[in-house]
Design a binder for this molecule. Structure first.
Ligand SMILES: Nc1ncnc2c1ncn2[C@@H]1O[C@H](COP(=O)(O)OP(=O)(O)OP(=O)(O)O)[C@@H](O)[C@H]1O
Ligand SMILES: [Mg+2]
Length: 335
């Protein structure tokens, strides 16, 4: 297996050893050539700290990083040339136009002078910013600024692109368009290291995901295999219509229900035996004069896995995203 990134015992302590903050705690992982690798963790988990070390912006307290076989501590230059970085905080120069931002970045990355204009045009067109090329970035929306920031990070055609939370605060359409760009760059051969706390983003984009919690890798696998390891976290989601639909008393105490959560207008009941619960739910609806408007069984979502691993409580999902498609057994729809 060809590894683009290899990390051994990577550790960062901010402040004095012994009295400082242990932000990254002996991480070990590899990123494979050509994959979209997700680094998924809650706020403060150590994502940005790790990414800053991987991109030479921060010195590790301990451990080793190899980028394409070059050890960063001794041989950073070849690694730097093949890396692109979209940082957490915008690095766009707001007083410059989109065009000038790209030309300036191209000069920093030593893109040959003769190639800069063509490359800038290509990127502005791809990122939907060509019409706005002469507008100062201070007049850009957050989504446009984010796209410009990604364009700047790839002006020198890096083989390895780091993105630190590329989509928070953006609307659904902007998020989709950034996901599409990430997929396209990956399809064209760029290996992607994506930090995110958005589970759905990792689920949608990543071939493998490391779940990071308190500076440690708690699990690392494909989203589907992570979910498969949590088969016991199954659930049935039901929506009722009728006078008592809002209250649905006693659902939680139906045999086999471990936890109940309200998800939008639906109720999700966690259980180890969805099949048995389905028939009990039908009986429940009949005896309470409720009409079942939808009923689905769900496998564990990446969110369930994430919450279980990072210490959140399964079922305490609130209105969280529901990324799993209903399982085949699902009985969704009006009857
Ligand atoms: N410059 C710093 N000095 C001291 N402590 C820091 C510094 N930067 C980060 N930390 C601490 O290190 C830990 C990890 O922070 P980091 O920014 O890497 O987390 P993160 O996973 O990127 O979080 P977020 O999702 O909020 O961006 C946190 O406890 C944080 O308070
Ligand atoms: Mg961060």
């Amino acid at each position: 297996m060809n590894h683009v990134i290899e990390v051994e015992n990577l550790t960062k302590i901010y402040g004095r050893p012994g009295a400082g903050v242990l932000a990254v705690d002996h991480l070990n992982f590899e990123v494979r050539q050509g994959e979209i690798f997700g680094f998924l963790g809650p706020n403060g988990a150590g994502k940005t700290t790790t990414q800053r070390m991987l991109t030479t912006l921060l010195e590790p307290s301990e451990g080793r990083i190899l980028i394409h076989g070059h050890e960063l501590a001794h041989d950073a230059y070849p690694a730097k040339r093949m890396i692109g970085l979209v940082p957490e905080e915008s690095n766009v120069y707001t007083e410059l136009t989109a065009w000038d931002n790209l030309m300036f970045t191209a000069s920093l990355y030593r893109v040959p002078r003769a190639e800069r204009a063509a490359r800038a045009q290509e990127l502005l067109e791809t990122f939907g910013l060509w019409e706005k090329r002469d507008v100062k970035a201070e007049n850009f929306s957050k989504g446009m600024r984010r796209r410009l920031s990604i364009a700047m990070a790839i002006i020198h055609k890096p083989a390895l692109l780091f993105l630190d939370e590329p989509t928070p605060g953006l609307d659904a359409q902007s998020i989709r368009s950034i996901w599409e760009l990430i997929r396209r760059m990956n399809a064209e051969g760029t290996t992607i290291f994506l930090s995110t706390h958005q589970i759905e983003e990792a689920n949608q984009l990543c071939e493998r995901v490391a779940i990071i919690s308190h500076g440690k890798v708690a699990a690392i696998d494909t989203p589907e295999r992570l979910k498969a390891n949590f088969r016991r976290v199954q659930s049935v989601e039901v929506a009722f219509e009728g006078e008592m639909a809002e209250k649905s008393p006693g659902l939680e105490s139906l045999p086999g229900v471990t936890t109940q959560a309200k998800v939008g207008d639906k109720i999700r009941l966690y259980t180890e035996d969805p099949s048995a619960l389905l028939s009990r739910l039908i009986q429940y609806a009949e005896s309470h004069a409720l009409r079942v408007v939808s009923l689905n069984t769900l496998g564990p979502s990446l969110e369930d896995v994430f919450l279980e691993i990072t210490g959140g409580q399964v079922g305490a999902v609130g209105n969280g995203s529901q990324e799993d498609k209903p399982a085949k057994r699902g009985m969704g729809g009006r009857k």
